[in-house]
Design a protein around this ligand. Structure first.
Ligand code: BG6
Length: 369
């Protein structure tokens, strides 16, 4: 049942405020984050972890990249993110103090399952972030942290992605509390951010109409670039992946600072570039850098579509289109910024007359290696 929407993907994008609310439910207790499934692993085990490796494929790997920033910041453990199918072919250094966190919407992706099994054989603690109750990966893992985003039908992942980021952040906050690395004010601020997130998410979902108009004139576009910095970088990668998956358009995401080291040569007259701009209030340094990146590409003819915090006027002289969001904290911004990018892919796919929910050559869950 598409609930009155033209596609499951549209319905699932619109469900993101609830998806986040469901991931959070029961896990914010008296101003703290508490995940009983992690508590069951035993506090000494959580305290002894000296390295975390996040493994995933596709969209889930970008959720993992975003989650890594938060886990390192709050739990002060080095985190690396690796594609599941690369992980076990390089003889990784694993000890009984390593924690492997797998991220998979379906819980059945064979590449990720085989990587989890490889980790289990080496005595590593395995935690599964999964959206599908009792799937194989969470059953095989030492602990399962379910995202509870509800069934996702469209092949292109949307609400599961924001729920995965949310779950990884909760894991970071839980670990930080147990390990004594999370300052009380940082914890209070993160909890405050979470409490207002579903409401802000609803505002992000409401960008649909504006994005639909934008996509309309871009129906013939052959290539689109996405730029972001820090957590905005994996969000840019996700924006590009969405466009490839369902609109079959060549798209690439770049770290904004990397532009001058090569990709800027791609910028030609009229090249559309989406730029994820951090909040000028809470991330002034990053904001200034991204504004200068925008100036650089604008000077070379790019058509700039900036995703900004409401009230950010510094970017206006250098942009063609501005999408305004209620941003606030660097770590939480990409959860909102990705929503207009999801709408953009959906609308461009629709404008090209494609099947949004069932893109060619792709499956919702890939059960072969
Ligand atoms: C791909 C899907 O094959 O698998 C992507 O097309 C998805 O949308 C990826 O992100 C990973 O899937 P899962 O179920 O492991 O999160």
């Amino acid at each position: 049942d598409k609930g009155g929407w033209s596609s499951f993907m549209a319905k699932e994008i619109s469900e993101q405020p609830d998806a986040i609310g469901n991931t959070l439910r029961g896990r914010l207790v008296d101003g703290h984050v508490d995940i009983p499934e992690l508590t069951e692993l035993g506090e000494p085990r959580l305290r002894e972890v000296d390295r975390i490796i996040i493994i995933a494929c596709g969209t889930a790997s970008y959720a993992g990249m975003i989650g890594a920033y938060a886990i390192e910041q709050w739990a002060r453990v080095p985190v690396q993110v690796e594609l599941s199918h690369e992980f076990r072919y390089r003889d990784p250094v694993l000890t009984d103090r390593t924690m492997v966190i797998s991220v998979s919407q379906s819980g059945e992706t064979m590449d990720t399952l085989m990587a989890v099994k490889y980790a289990i054989e080496r005595g590593v603690t395995t935690v599964s972030v999964c959206n599908t109750q009792s799937a194989t990966i969470p059953r095989e893992s030492d602990a399962a942290v379910y995202t509870h985003a509800g069934p996702e039908v469209a092949v292109a992942s949307t609400k599961a992605f924001v729920a995965q980021i949310t779950a990884l952040y909760l894991i970071g906050l839980h670990l930080g509390r147990v390990r004594g690395t999370l300052a009380a004010d940082a914890e209070a601020e993160a909890v405050r951010q979470f409490e207002t997130l579903p409401e802000k998410m609803a505002e992000a979902v409401a960008t649909h109409e504006q994005i639909a108009q934008l996509a309309h004139w871009m129906a013939d576009t052959r290539s689109v670039l996405f730029l972001g910095r820090h957590v905005g970088y994996p969000a840019a990668l996700e924006g590009a992946l969405k466009l490839k998956e369902i609109a079959y358009i060549h798209a690439e995401g770049f770290a904004a600072g990397e532009l001058k080291h090569g990709p800027i040569a791609l910028i030609d007259h009229g090249q559309p570039v989406f730029v994820l701009v951090p909040s000028p209030r809470t991330s002034p340094l990053m904001h200034a850098k991204v504004v200068s990146n925008i100036q650089e590409i604008r000077a070379r003819g790019a058509r700039v579509i900036a995703i900004v915090e409401k009230g950010d006027t510094a970017v206006l002289p250098y942009t063609d289109d501005v999408v305004r969001l209620p941003l606030s904290d660097a770590l939480f911004d990409p959860i909102l910024q990705v929503v207009p990018l999801q709408w953009f892919a959906l609308e461009l796919s629709t404008a090209k007359g494609l099947d949004v929910d069932q893109p060619r050559n792709l499956a919702k869950s890939v059960t072969v290696e």
